[in-house]
Design a binder for this molecule. Structure first.
Ligand code: GRF
Length: 185
Protein backbone atom coordinates (compact mmCIF):
# COMPACT_ATOMS: atom_id res chain seq x y z
CA UNK A 1 0.00 0.00 0.00
CA UNK A 2 1.09 3.52 -0.74
CA UNK A 3 -0.21 6.27 1.55
CA UNK A 4 0.69 9.76 2.71
CA UNK A 5 -2.09 10.89 4.98
CA UNK A 6 -4.39 9.80 7.74
CA UNK A 7 -4.39 6.18 6.60
CA UNK A 8 -8.03 5.46 7.33
CA UNK A 9 -8.35 3.47 4.10
CA UNK A 10 -5.31 1.49 5.20
CA UNK A 11 -7.07 0.78 8.50
CA UNK A 12 -10.17 -0.42 6.66
CA UNK A 13 -8.09 -2.62 4.38
CA UNK A 14 -6.28 -4.17 7.33
CA UNK A 15 -9.58 -4.71 9.15
CA UNK A 16 -10.88 -6.50 6.06
CA UNK A 17 -7.95 -8.92 6.33
CA UNK A 18 -6.51 -7.98 2.96
CA UNK A 19 -2.88 -9.17 3.15
CA UNK A 20 -0.57 -6.13 3.14
CA UNK A 21 3.09 -6.91 2.44
CA UNK A 22 4.39 -3.40 3.07
CA UNK A 23 3.15 0.14 3.53
CA UNK A 24 5.21 2.80 1.75
CA UNK A 25 4.79 6.44 2.69
CA UNK A 26 6.44 9.46 1.08
CA UNK A 27 6.44 11.56 4.27
CA UNK A 28 5.98 11.07 8.01
CA UNK A 29 2.21 10.68 8.45
CA UNK A 30 -0.47 8.90 10.46
CA UNK A 31 -0.57 6.06 7.90
CA UNK A 32 2.98 5.15 8.97
CA UNK A 33 1.82 4.88 12.59
CA UNK A 34 -1.20 2.80 11.58
CA UNK A 35 1.07 0.32 9.79
CA UNK A 36 3.61 0.18 12.60
CA UNK A 37 0.92 -0.29 15.27
CA UNK A 38 -0.62 -3.10 13.21
CA UNK A 39 2.75 -4.83 12.91
CA UNK A 40 2.82 -4.39 9.12
CA UNK A 41 6.22 -3.65 7.55
CA UNK A 42 6.36 0.04 6.76
CA UNK A 43 8.90 2.10 4.94
CA UNK A 44 9.33 5.83 4.58
CA UNK A 45 10.70 6.64 1.13
CA UNK A 46 10.97 10.29 1.88
CA UNK A 47 10.29 12.76 -0.86
CA UNK A 48 12.87 15.43 -0.20
CA UNK A 49 11.84 17.90 -2.87
CA UNK A 50 8.50 19.33 -3.95
CA UNK A 51 10.19 21.73 -6.34
CA UNK A 52 11.21 21.68 -9.98
CA UNK A 53 14.33 19.71 -9.14
CA UNK A 54 12.30 16.69 -8.01
CA UNK A 55 13.53 13.61 -9.88
CA UNK A 56 10.23 11.76 -10.24
CA UNK A 57 11.69 8.81 -12.15
CA UNK A 58 14.46 8.23 -9.60
CA UNK A 59 11.96 8.55 -6.75
CA UNK A 60 9.64 6.06 -8.45
CA UNK A 61 12.53 3.63 -8.87
CA UNK A 62 13.21 3.82 -5.12
CA UNK A 63 9.56 2.97 -4.41
CA UNK A 64 9.62 0.08 -6.89
CA UNK A 65 12.76 -1.32 -5.22
CA UNK A 66 10.93 -1.41 -1.87
CA UNK A 67 7.82 -3.00 -3.40
CA UNK A 68 9.91 -5.67 -5.13
CA UNK A 69 11.92 -6.36 -1.98
CA UNK A 70 8.65 -7.17 -0.20
CA UNK A 71 7.32 -9.41 -2.96
CA UNK A 72 4.43 -7.07 -3.72
CA UNK A 73 2.09 -8.30 -6.46
CA UNK A 74 -0.64 -5.67 -6.34
CA UNK A 75 0.00 -2.00 -5.55
CA UNK A 76 -2.81 -0.20 -3.72
CA UNK A 77 -2.70 3.58 -3.49
CA UNK A 78 -4.77 5.35 -0.86
CA UNK A 79 -4.07 9.04 -0.67
CA UNK A 80 -0.46 8.77 -1.84
CA UNK A 81 0.78 12.32 -2.31
CA UNK A 82 3.31 11.75 -5.08
CA UNK A 83 2.43 10.96 -8.67
CA UNK A 84 4.66 8.08 -9.62
CA UNK A 85 6.28 7.82 -13.02
CA UNK A 86 6.68 5.13 -15.67
CA UNK A 87 8.91 2.66 -13.76
CA UNK A 88 6.07 1.63 -11.44
CA UNK A 89 3.72 1.01 -14.38
CA UNK A 90 6.44 -1.01 -16.12
CA UNK A 91 7.00 -3.07 -12.98
CA UNK A 92 3.29 -3.51 -12.17
CA UNK A 93 1.33 -3.22 -15.44
CA UNK A 94 -2.41 -3.24 -14.72
CA UNK A 95 -1.64 -4.10 -11.09
CA UNK A 96 -1.94 -0.68 -9.47
CA UNK A 97 -5.22 0.40 -7.89
CA UNK A 98 -6.33 3.82 -6.75
CA UNK A 99 -9.34 5.29 -5.00
CA UNK A 100 -10.44 8.76 -6.00
CA UNK A 101 -12.93 10.91 -4.08
CA UNK A 102 -15.19 11.75 -7.04
CA UNK A 103 -17.12 10.01 -9.78
CA UNK A 104 -14.46 9.84 -12.50
CA UNK A 105 -14.09 11.08 -15.13
CA UNK A 106 -15.51 14.10 -13.28
CA UNK A 107 -13.23 16.09 -10.97
CA UNK A 108 -9.85 14.53 -11.62
CA UNK A 109 -6.85 15.76 -9.65
CA UNK A 110 -5.92 16.73 -6.12
CA UNK A 111 -8.94 18.96 -5.38
CA UNK A 112 -11.81 16.71 -6.37
CA UNK A 113 -13.93 17.35 -3.28
CA UNK A 114 -13.45 21.14 -3.35
CA UNK A 115 -14.24 21.26 -7.06
CA UNK A 116 -17.38 19.14 -6.75
CA UNK A 117 -18.61 21.42 -3.96
CA UNK A 118 -17.75 24.55 -5.95
CA UNK A 119 -19.54 23.19 -9.03
CA UNK A 120 -22.74 22.80 -7.02
CA UNK A 121 -23.28 19.16 -7.97
CA UNK A 122 -25.93 17.38 -5.91
CA UNK A 123 -24.23 14.01 -6.18
CA UNK A 124 -20.54 13.11 -6.16
CA UNK A 125 -18.91 9.91 -4.92
CA UNK A 126 -15.85 7.76 -5.18
CA UNK A 127 -14.17 5.66 -7.83
CA UNK A 128 -11.88 2.67 -7.50
CA UNK A 129 -9.87 2.25 -10.68
CA UNK A 130 -6.77 0.74 -12.18
CA UNK A 131 -4.09 3.42 -12.14
CA UNK A 132 -2.29 4.21 -15.37
CA UNK A 133 0.38 6.75 -16.27
CA UNK A 134 -2.38 9.27 -16.95
CA UNK A 135 -3.49 10.53 -13.53
CA UNK A 136 -7.00 9.55 -12.33
CA UNK A 137 -7.59 7.64 -15.52
CA UNK A 138 -7.61 3.92 -16.25
CA UNK A 139 -10.32 1.27 -16.14
CA UNK A 140 -13.02 1.87 -13.54
CA UNK A 141 -13.61 -1.08 -11.22
CA UNK A 142 -16.23 0.31 -8.85
CA UNK A 143 -18.09 3.53 -8.15
CA UNK A 144 -20.57 4.66 -5.60
CA UNK A 145 -22.56 7.87 -5.40
CA UNK A 146 -22.55 10.13 -2.35
CA UNK A 147 -25.05 12.99 -1.95
CA UNK A 148 -23.86 16.55 -1.42
CA UNK A 149 -25.94 17.90 1.47
CA UNK A 150 -26.93 21.50 2.21
CA UNK A 151 -24.30 23.11 4.42
CA UNK A 152 -21.59 20.64 3.44
CA UNK A 153 -18.00 21.77 3.83
CA UNK A 154 -15.04 20.17 2.06
CA UNK A 155 -14.31 18.25 5.26
CA UNK A 156 -17.85 17.01 5.88
CA UNK A 157 -18.30 15.96 2.26
CA UNK A 158 -14.90 14.29 2.08
CA UNK A 159 -15.61 12.40 5.28
CA UNK A 160 -18.94 11.14 3.88
CA UNK A 161 -17.10 10.02 0.72
CA UNK A 162 -14.38 8.33 2.77
CA UNK A 163 -17.02 6.38 4.71
CA UNK A 164 -17.97 4.82 1.38
CA UNK A 165 -14.36 4.36 0.23
CA UNK A 166 -13.54 2.47 3.43
CA UNK A 167 -16.21 -0.07 2.49
CA UNK A 168 -15.90 -0.09 -1.31
CA UNK A 169 -12.10 -0.14 -1.60
CA UNK A 170 -11.37 -3.21 0.56
CA UNK A 171 -14.24 -5.10 -1.11
CA UNK A 172 -12.94 -4.22 -4.58
CA UNK A 173 -9.35 -5.12 -3.69
CA UNK A 174 -10.54 -8.49 -2.37
CA UNK A 175 -12.36 -9.09 -5.67
CA UNK A 176 -9.27 -8.19 -7.68
CA UNK A 177 -7.12 -10.53 -5.61
CA UNK A 178 -9.65 -13.34 -6.07
CA UNK A 179 -9.91 -12.73 -9.82
CA UNK A 180 -6.16 -12.54 -10.40
CA UNK A 181 -5.52 -15.47 -8.12
CA UNK A 182 -2.99 -13.54 -6.08
CA UNK A 183 -2.24 -15.58 -2.94
CA UNK A 184 -3.78 -14.15 0.22
CA UNK A 185 -1.42 -15.84 2.68
C1 GRF B 1 -9.17 9.29 0.08
O1 GRF B 1 -10.31 10.11 0.04
C2 GRF B 1 -8.66 9.03 -1.31
O2 GRF B 1 -9.67 8.95 -2.27
C3 GRF B 1 -7.81 10.24 -1.57
O3 GRF B 1 -7.15 10.44 -0.34
C4 GRF B 1 -7.99 10.01 0.72
C5 GRF B 1 -7.17 9.12 1.62
O4 GRF B 1 -7.70 9.11 2.92
N1 GRF B 1 -6.95 10.02 -2.70
P1 GRF B 1 -7.01 8.26 4.09
O5 GRF B 1 -5.58 8.74 4.24
O6 GRF B 1 -7.07 6.82 3.73
O7 GRF B 1 -7.82 8.57 5.31
Amino acid sequence: MLASGSGTNLEAILEADVPVAVVVVDRPCRALEVATNAGVPAQLVERTSFGKDFDRVAYTEQVVDVLRAHGVELVVMAGFGTILDKPVHDAYPGQILNTHPALLPAFRGWHAVEEALAAGVKVTGCTVHVATLEVDDGPILAQEAVPVLPGDTVDSLHERIKDVERRLYPATIAEVIATKGIPTT
